[in-house]
Ligand binder design. Structure first.
Ligand code: NAD
Ligand code: MLT
Length: 525
């Protein structure tokens, strides 16, 4: 079936061209919620900017949906939690519009300081009024930046050019980064009370909604200007309106609003407000960059390749991915084998890394093991995106442990599964790019895992392996490989047979009835 991409907001042609080379692309902007919900079941990918609201019910309706691409930074228009639950990757283009958003912020600071929109409107209305539009200089003023990530940092660099003093509040950045940027990192209170300009550059989250509310306006200088080119709602709009109306603050410059378009907002009636219709990223350069980035991400995801900017999956650098890929494949196989060693679900799972692999960032490898382990029990809907959520929701405790000490192999991954008071274990390694199973429970082995295998525990004595092979031969089942591991001579032994085709339950029963066989099961990868 041909893969299909739905583009529901306008994005640059350069991005569409990348997608059209490989997929069937439909561009349908201005869709209502219900129209999008009716359309989405036919698509493998959805590409949006900020206008389309990708709600949980739309994601649920996306029967074949694999990825949602956001041509921009903010994903607050996408229900990421619903996408994660459904195993849909959400990617954004976090860097492409940073400079444009920062330049727009500076433009807005200048516009409100020099009353440019009002002066422009006055002159085009054929009035030559030079007294009415007295402004203020930026030099020597204090700019308070709330949230100094990508955009905030670029605003800081530009403000230094205007000889402004910089304060910043951001609980997640280090003082080293702040001093590198030439800003004094301080409390929100100090930013609020000491700044002449306060500009917000955080994402909109439950912690940042109404971050600047009536209480904060009370602490501001009466000459302060407020700037929001990030997200509507970080500054409470009612409190802002009251502060502007009463002269508690001097003015505001707003590119974003709680409701967009904000056509009924009283803020639009105020003289000391400069507004733009969410134009921060609206430059030719930014739109090409975000469209190309997100189109490449969709292309990679639909072709089964890793993506760089996934919001709901760990990011793995390209060089690290090259090292990790064989271990990701191994871990998924260990997970599948592990899930067949136990029946039912698990209470806890430990993924242990030994040797050189323990020095790496192995989050993706752990997720691969979880995916392998869970999909047998919970179905094919489990994938790299939702495996941690599925485990959490089912109350399965996942622990990752690392030891750089090497045992028999330079690298070993072990999966230890606890269920119903029993513990099962499977370990593997990668040798020359090929994966090997090196231990199951207490039995040491060295066998390449294949699609179909038989695992049989038997007494460690002659005349058991032969009769098992005879059973398989009689049923025309070809044996491609074989290994026996035992704890010590005379104790139980574990035989693994790689077979070219799966066997029926009846054949398995025949193997189980061979004298000396204690248990036998088929493992399918
Ligand atoms: P970013 O993730 O690089 O930076 C956000 C910063 O906010 C981070 O440093 C983070 O530590 C900080 N932060 C998070 N929670 C905080 C809190 N409670 N208090 C203080 N700081 C907090 O994001 P970015 O790319 O710089 O984008 C910033 C904002 O600008 C986002 O909301 C984004 O959607 C918006 N944006 C808007 C436009 C536009 O068109 N107007 C364009 C680009 C970006
Ligand atoms: C963003 O978060 O990237 C901006 O809001 C720009 C946009 O509207 O796409």
């Amino acid at each position: 079936m041909e893969l299909k991409v739905l583009v529901s907001d306008p994005i640059a042609d350069e991005g569409l061209e990348i997608l059209r080379k490989e997929f069937l692309v439909d561009v349908a902007t201005e869709l209502s919620h219900d129209e999008l919900k009716r359309k989405i079941p036919g698509y493998d990918a959805l590409l949006v900017r900020s206008q389309t609201k990708v709600t949980g019910d739309i994601i649920e309706a996306g029967e074949r949906l694999k990825i949602i691409g956001r041509a921009g930074v903010g994903v607050d228009n996408i229900d990421v939690a619903a996408a994660t639950r459904k195993g849909v990757i959400v990617v954004n283009a976090p860097e492409g519009n940073t400079i444009s958003a920062a330049e727009h912020t500076i433009a807005m600071i200048l516009a409100v300081s020099r009353k440019i929109p009002e002066a422009h409107a006055s002159l085009v209305g054929r009035r030559w009024d030079r007294k009415k539009f007295m402004g203020v200089e930026l030099r020597g003023k204090t700019l308070g930046i709330v949230g100094i990530g990508r955009v905030g940092a670029e605003v800081a660099k530009r403000a230094i050019g205007f000889e402004m003093d910089l304060l910043a509040y951001d609980p997640f950045i280090s003082s080293e980064r702040a001093s590198e940027l030439g800003v004094k990192l301080t409390s929100l209170d100090e930013v609020i009370s000491k700044s002449d300009y306060i500009t917000v550059h955080t994402p909109l989250t439950k912690d940042t909604v109404n971050l600047i509310d009536a209480e904060e306006f009370e602490k501001m200088k009466p000459t302060a200007y407020i700037v929001n080119c990030a997200r509507g709602g970080i500054i409470n709009e009612d409190a802002l309106y009251n502060a502007l109306k009463s002269g508690r603050v001097a003015g505001a410059a707003l590119d974003v609003f709680v409701e967009e378009p904000p056509l009924s907002s009283p803020l639009l009636d105020l003289k000391n407000v400069v507004v733009t219709p969410h134009l921060g990223a609206s430059t030719e350069e930014a739109q090409v960059k975000v469209a190309v980035t997100v189109a490449e991400e969709i292309k990679n995801a639909l072709n089964g390749r890793p993506v760089k900017n996934a919001i709901n999956m760990p990011y793995v650098r390209h060089e690290l991915m090259t090292i990790l890929t064989p271990y990701i494949q191994l871990a998924e196989k260990l997970g599948r084998i592990g899930s067949q060693l136990v029946s039912g679900t698990y209470s806890s799972v430990t993924i242990q890394y030994h040797g050189e692999i323990a020095e790496k960032e192995v989050e993706t490898v752990t997720i691969a093991a979880m995916k392998g382990l869970l999909e047998n029990v919970f179905g094919e809907g489990v994938n790299y995106v939702n495996a941690p959520v599925v485990a959490r929701e089912r109350g399965i405790k996942i622990t990752e442990s690392k030891s750089e000490t090497m045992e028999y192999y330079p690298n070993v991954i072990s999966l230890i599964i606890e269920h119903d008071n029993t513990t099962r274990m499977v370990s593997g390694t990668v040798v020359g790019g090929e994966d090997r199973i090196v231990q199951i429970d207490d039995y040491h082995l060295d066998i390449a895992p294949t699609q179909n295998m038989i695992l049989a525990v038997h007494e460690d004595r002659p005349n058991i392996i032969g009769p098992c092979c005879v059973v398989l031969g009689r049923h025309n089942i070809n044996i491609a490989g074989m290994q026996v591991g035992r704890i010590r001579q005379g104790s139980d032994a574990l035989m693994i047979l790689n077979i070219d085709t799966p066997i029926t339950d009846e054949i398995l029963e025949e193997i189980r009835s061979v004298s000396g066989i204690k248990s036998a099961q088929q493992i399918t990868l």
